[in-house]
Design a protein around this ligand. Structure first.
Ligand code: NAP
Length: 272
């Protein structure tokens, strides 16, 4: 068996769906473990893969073991599977805030430990995904990078940036949605229906991103191009700058990063 996924929740399913839809692995190369019977049935029916409740068996059978449980459950899972992990097996964790050093403490032997930070858009195969590892092993890192490329774009980065990435791309969907909400409500304030305003705003953001990418523009160039002298845009920009919009966003992401550091520390210390 090539891949074992421990935890068939939202993220476990997103990864499973990416692998199956892209034919990255065949159905019979994947095994999933999940505690809830109803959920097991659902995953079996939808993806035609083996779904069991025994994590130890997953660790025994699979070469790559992907842990997709909540961070507070990861220590129990590691304790449970560690007797079945040997020097040929690679552990992949997507648990937010759980450092490689913590995972290592529970395992006597392993080939490689790879830590991933996915985000919500992985569920629609548009994720911004960070990958880091304990030591570079070309075959293992390439395999895992290709695996996660089925649900988004993958960047290999040093683990020291993971708290920043957790704040930026992990919490990012909530920050971006809040900004989108602000735009949408402004449309409503101007008399548009909520639904029309929301669709227009989504198209606006999609369009701007495509435009910047296709024309290879800087953000400053777009600002300059839209700001005609004494026009409407420059008036709005003045308000955004007066209110310190850039600083507010940077502060929000810094707060989230600090919280990520705190949670990570708590997870480490709670261990002893
Ligand atoms: N969702 C995101 O956007 C996101 C982003 C970045 C990182 N992550 C990380 O992804 C991981 C999974 O998150 P999620 O949103 O997919 O959570 P989730 O939907 O709660 O999925 C976790 C799954 O694991 C199962 N589980 C719990 N304990 C288990 C055990 N001992 N053995 C096997 N399975 C077990 C849970 O079952 P029960 O329901 O019975 O507990 C659940 O089905 C987390 O570590 C999170 O930090 C998520």
């Amino acid at each position: 068996m090539k891949l074992g996924i421990i935890g068939g929740g939202m993220m476990g399913e997103a990864i499973l769906s990416g692998i199956i839809d892209s034919n990255f692995l065949k159905n019979d190369e994947i095994i999933v473990s999940e505690p809830i019977e109803k959920r097991r049935e659902y995953l079996r029916d939808k993806y035609n893969v083996e779904v069991i409740s025994d994590n130890k068996l997953i660790a025994k059978k699979a070469k790559y073991i992907l842990i997709a449980v909540k961070p507070q459950n990861i220590k129990d899972v590691l304790k449970e599977i560690s007797p079945n992990i040997d020097e040929n097996k690679t552990i992949i964790s997507i648990a937010a805030g759980v450092k490689i050093s913590l995972i290592k403490r529970y395992l006597n032997k392993f080939k490689c430990i790879i830590r991933i930070m996915p985000n919500l858009p992985c569920t629609v195969k548009k994720g911004a995904i960070a990958l880091t590892f304990d030591k570079y092993d070309k075959e293992e890192v390439e395999f895992v990078k290709n695996l996660f490329s089925t649900i988004g774009s993958v960047w290999i980065v040093d683990e020291k940036y993971f708290d920043t990435i957790t704040a930026l791309t992990g919490s990012g969907p909530a920050f971006v949605s809040t900004i989108l909400q602000g735009f949408t409500l402004s449309g409503v304030k101007g008399g548009l229906s909520y639904d029309i305003s929301k669709e227009m705003v989504l198209k606006l953001f999609e369009g701007v991103i495509e435009y910047i990418r296709e024309k290879n523009l800087s953000f400053e160039e777009v600002v300059k191009m839209t700001s005609s002298p004494a026009g409407t845009t420059i008036m709005g920009l003045e308000t955004l700058h007066k209110e310190g919009i850039v600083g507010i966003i940077m502060e929000a992401i810094t707060s989230a990063k600090l919280r990520s550091e705190e949670i990570s520390k708590y997870l480490e210390e709670g261990e002893a």
